[in-house]
Design a protein around this ligand. Structure first.
Ligand SMILES: NC(=O)c1ccc[n+]([C@@H]2O[C@H](COP(=O)([O-])OP(=O)(O)OC[C@H]3O[C@@H](n4cnc5c(N)ncnc54)[C@H](OP(=O)(O)O)[C@@H]3O)[C@@H](O)[C@H]2O)c1
Length: 377
């Protein structure tokens, strides 16, 4: 399963939800102190991405402006400036734009058609063609695997933010609300129409910065099918944290589980041996807390640090069967069961064989194993 960078969407909007006005100059929405905060966030990431529309509209430099922050990056063994990234399907990019002539390395993700145009009118950047259409997962995978990007800041515009949020690829939204109005329906909006997650995002922080307010949100909705969303990773991380809360045992694994509705609402959580029950399993404990017949379960996702069991001595029904009986159709796990107690257990295979979408995210395996290290060779 591919691993992506942490994706942070950053934007400032007017009180009526616009990113800019329609005038020739960029509308300054943030306050000076907030521009400095943005500079700090830029200094903390490996790459910054903007859409070709923002290059055309604003002609930004997209730099870390503080010399101290650049020096600190170098002292940490990082490049002085984060990698600058843009996306363009058309490849119609102005080679004289500031983006190409300031800062450090640059990369353009484009289509075959765009790459053809960029061969004729080149820009000072690496050009990566991702096929006939641009696939965001392919782009994120390339940034992580080919360029080592672990944290990506996306600074707009609205077209880009909308796609990343709707495709469940944003880990965090940093939104600044500026106390002014645009009032022009032709001005660009932060988020366009389309299908977003159904429920509420989680509020992480609010911060007053002069006359603007920073709000940080996390999307919460599970992914669809076998495609992981950014929120899937966080829920699985929570399951791994719950595993660490289990009463210790020399004869059973410590596992954590969370059941999450399709709109991102947590339905229940559990961990091994919770509540004084010496043999209860994490998925069993979590599912038992959901009212029978709760209609949200059939579209829910079960996150479990270790794949659901297929055979157990302690109780008649293993967790994979409990999950099927509950009607759950999607399971995300970090760790395939080793042969420690049961040879050849294959909970993922059993569930997939029954049509359940099973997603294994091995980047969480070490966290899932940590509370079980005494049981492993
Ligand atoms: N207030 C803020 O925080 C903030 C931040 C950034 C931008 N802005 C404002 O936002 C406005 C620009 O926003 P925008 O929505 O017009 O432009 P944008 O999101 O910056 O860029 C859109 C362009 O990116 C490329 N693109 C987008 N999705 C793609 C995909 N899936 N595959 C391939 N290419 C893709 C296309 O380029 P091609 O056309 O070349 O194919 C598309 O035209 C400006 O007014 C700017 O001032 C405000």
């Amino acid at each position: 399963m591919p691993s992506y960078p942490y994706v942070l969407l950053s934007a400032a909007v007017s009180l009526d939800g616009y990113l800019d006005d329609t005038g020739p100059d960029r509308l300054l929405l943030s306050s000076p102190a907030d521009f400095d905060r943005v500079d700090e966030v830029r200094a903390s990431v490996d790459a910054i991405l903007i859409g070709a529309g923002t290059i055309r509209a604003d002609n930004p430099r997209l730099l870390v402006n503080s010399a101290e922050r650049r020096a600190a990056r170098k002292a940490d063994g990082k490049p002085e400036y984060p990698l600058k990234v843009t996306v363009s399907a058309s490849g119609e990019l102005d080679p004289t734009a500031n983006f190409w002539h300031t800062g450090g390395e640059k990369i353009v993700y484009t289509t075959e058609r765009g790459a053809e145009r960029l061969r004729r009118v080149p820009v000072a950047a690496d050009v990566v063609a991702l096929g006939s259409d641009l696939d965001w997962r392919g782009l994120l995978r390339h940034l992580r695997e080919a360029r080592g990007v672990e944290r990506l800041m996306v600074e707009g515009g609205g077209t880009i933010h909308t796609q990343l949020l709707q495709q469940g690829l944003a880990d965090e939204v940093q939104l600044v609300l500026a106390p002014l109005f645009v009032g022009d329906p032709k001005a660009p909006r932060l988020f366009g129409p389309g299908e977003y997650q159904g429920g509420r995002l989680r509020l992480l922080e609010t911060r007053r910065i002069e006359d603007v307010v920073l709000m940080r949100y996390e999307p919460t909705a599970p992914g669809a099918g076998v495609l992981p969303s950014a929120a899937d990773r966080r829920w699985l991380a929570l399951a791994c944290e719950l595993a660490a809360e289990c009463p210790p045992s020399g004869t059973a694994f410590s596992v954590g589980a969370v059941v999450v509705a399709a709109d991102g609402t947590e339905l229940a959580r559990g961990h091994s041996r919770e509540g004084g029950d010496p043999v209860v399993h994490a998925e069993e404990a979590a599912l038992a807390k959901i009212a029978p017949g709760d209609p949200r379960v059939t579209s829910a996702t079960v996150y479990t640090s270790l794949e659901p069991c297929t055979r157990r001595a302690s109780r008649p029904v293993p967790c994979a069967r409990l999950i099927l009986a509950a009607g759950v159709r999607r399971v995300v796990t970090a760790w395939r069961e080793p042969d420690t107690f049961v040879a050849g257990a294959d909970g993922s295979g059993l569930l997939a064989g029954e049509g359940v979408d099973v997603v294994v995210l091995p980047e969480y395996e070490a966290r899932a194993k940590a509370p079980n290290s005494h049981l492993l060779p």
